[in-house]
Design a protein around this ligand. Sequence first.
Ligand code: URP
Ligand code: ZN
Ligand code: ZN
Ligand code: ZN
Length: 471
Amino acid sequence: MKTLITGGTVVNATGTATADVLIDGETIAAVLAPGSTLLGFDLAANVDRVIDASGKYVIPGGIDAHTHMEMPFGGTFASDTFETGTRAAAWGGTTSIVDFVVQYAGENVLDQYQLWHEKAAGNCAIDYGFHQILSDVQDSSLVAMDELVAEGVTSFKLFMAYKGVFLSDDGQIVKAMQKAADNGSIVMMHAENGSVIDLLVQQAIAAGDTAPYYHGITRPWQTEEEATHRAIMLANLTGAPLYVVHVSAKQAVEQIAAARDNGQNVFGETCPQYLYLSLEEQLGAPGFEGAKWVCSTPLRSRAEGHQDHMWQSLRTNDLQMVSTDHCPFCMKGQKDRGIGDFSKIPNGIGSVEHRMDLLYQGVVDGRISLSRWVEVTSTTPARMFGMYGKKGVIQPGADGDIVVYDPQGRTSISVDTHHMNMDYSAWEGFQIDGHVDTVLSRGKVIIDEGQYRGTAGDGRFVKRGLSQYLV
Ligand code: URP
Ligand code: ZN
Ligand code: ZN
Ligand code: ZN
């Protein structure tokens, strides 16, 4: 199958150009001056399909490097399976995810890794890779880290919070970092001071402060800044590259920026919820409504200016990229476990379908440039996690992962129209001044004219290389 996408504005992280894109099979074969013939050969007359992208943007498919499909967490499972979650991602212009293999204390890392392959294989609408979560860092886990790097799992997430669930102590973190420094992999950190948070949560519940709002109050920015600083120091000590996930506090960004100024390989990701939503408006919604937005790190105070600072940090590259941390739970039967005790609300928000749109709105609003949009949602994720060249760019030789995005289109976000397996939308009523028109995954049209045209199992496992973002 040969496809020609004609007349669009091709947007890469490096700039924009009006060009035609020829896809042969699964791969981009050429990026050509519009209407050009190839050695006298009329392309449009000789391909199987022409997609007219006039007036539209042609961008590399989105890469969401932080998702949790069917994650066992908070006594339940994230409500999107690999099948429903990756299909929803496709609807929103995301053509690759990197999800997390979970290892709880006592479990064997490689057993868990096999289990996650079984969950994902044959079910995904788009390509997928894995990061590996490490909780206790057993001797066998250190050996597994080398084996996983050879398997294309080149990043490891550790947690400084969730004692008894995920938390690794500083010694365990250092052991994993030493191994990462040695084998070239990257350490991802959930940077929150878990023991301080556990104390504040106990005190809040004892005082009768049980509403979802107190989820935010008991995870103050100091607990994020402190843990971020500590993670940076441990990375400095060991020489491991560090990627701080779901950054929400402006003070944590300043720690990351200072480490970068200091020449360390330290990076940060934020998420759409930290760009748009707040402690006051969402977590503080009346009654139990705020549970919809219980996630960790928590939504921050708008009065303190965190949201504006996140946008600004994306612009200055103090933060490098945006993932969703997609971890959806329904209100009914899942979030409602925490009525009367916010600490029992499963932590997570679902946004995998909306990341490209929500960040595009940042272009419309003058927050980031068009190329920066592509960079933070696709190109940097590809480079950061060892996929660039095949993913994250429109150029010959790259996978035909392409989104035709219509800047004249409109998208209204609602639980009534989204494709995620959730009984509410964290983004209800949001209006986007743009629209995902057509999505191709390795040359196959999977979204077009408001229809899903793919099948479960189209998506393949991506064997990733080492990070291409390190200095
Ligand atoms: O609240 C969150 N972020 N849930 C997902 C697990 C994690 O820590 O990323
Ligand atoms: Zn986390
Ligand atoms: Zn700054
Ligand atoms: Zn997460």
